[in-house]
Design a protein around this ligand. Structure first.
Ligand code: HEC
Length: 195
């Protein structure tokens, strides 16, 4: 009888431990990592608006086909990747970056000068750092599409590789990250020079 009791108690403890480990593992596993479908296409990151906001640009134009009017760009990274960056000045594997493009407007409500962002979402650009990919860094565009194939290297990769201050990311334009990268020595000063 006593043995039976001990065995049951042990079984219960083991089960409870296993459940605890599973829960801990699943909450440790950040959901904001790149996900691909069977065809290797990247799934659209849906909750990027809940990530860390790095900065916005107004009318920054780096696209070969110049836009007809200025728009805002808002850059986001997942919280977990941001925390890693603060500790090392570099980006962990599986970091996803989003640049959101939004319309700009001057006249509206009480505003007379300057620009504010509108509800017009013009699309998002996504960059992933993923050691599972052939070039480690890949670039995608989303509009209404839920999945996207990587853009050719000369469309995005080359400019990021050549001009970004930290790895492939334009930390020279992200005011709170710039001092962090400089502190850790991961900042490429030459990227600040006019090209
Ligand atoms: C000629 C250079 C150039 C090209 C080409 C380019 N980018 Fe960028 N990208 C930038 C600059 C500069 C920034 C800084 C932020 C901004 O513009 O608001 C940036 C920022 C980004 C960010 C935010 C994270 C980071 O790396 O700093 C993403 C995501 C991004 N670009 C995606 C793309 C995608 C997708 C393409 C191809 C369709 C692309 N970029 C092509 C220059 C470029």
């Amino acid at each position: 009888m006593r043995r039976w009791f001990l065995a049951t108690a042990l079984a219960c403890t083991v089960t409870a431990l296993a459940v605890a480990i599973l829960i801990a593992a699943s909450s440790d596993e950040p959901s904001d990592k790149p996900h691909y479908n069977k065809a290797g296409e990247l799934l659209r990151p849906e909750n990027y608006r809940e990530w860390i906001f790095l900065s916005s640009g107004l009318g920054m134009n780096y696209s070969p086909a110049a836009g007809s009017h200025d728009m805002f760009t808002n850059v986001f990274v997942p919280q977990w990747a941001y925390q890693e960056f603060l500790k090392s000045g570099g980006w962990p594997d599986k970091t996803t970056f989003v640049v959101e493009e939004r319309g700009a407007q001057t006249k509206g409500s009480i505003n007379k000068h300057g620009n504010f962002q509108t509800t017009e979402l013009m699309g998002i650009g996504v960059e992933v750092k993923d050691s599972g990919l052939p070039d480690k860094w890949a670039y995608f565009n989303f509009d209404d599409n839920k999945t996207a194939t990587a853009n050719p290297k000369n469309a995005c990769f080359s400019c990021h590789e050549k001009n970004a201050a930290v790895e492939h990311s334009f930390v020279q334009f992200y005011p709170t990250l710039q001092p962090v990268a400089k502190k850790f020595g991961t900042y490429r000063e030459a990227a600040e020079d006019v090209q």
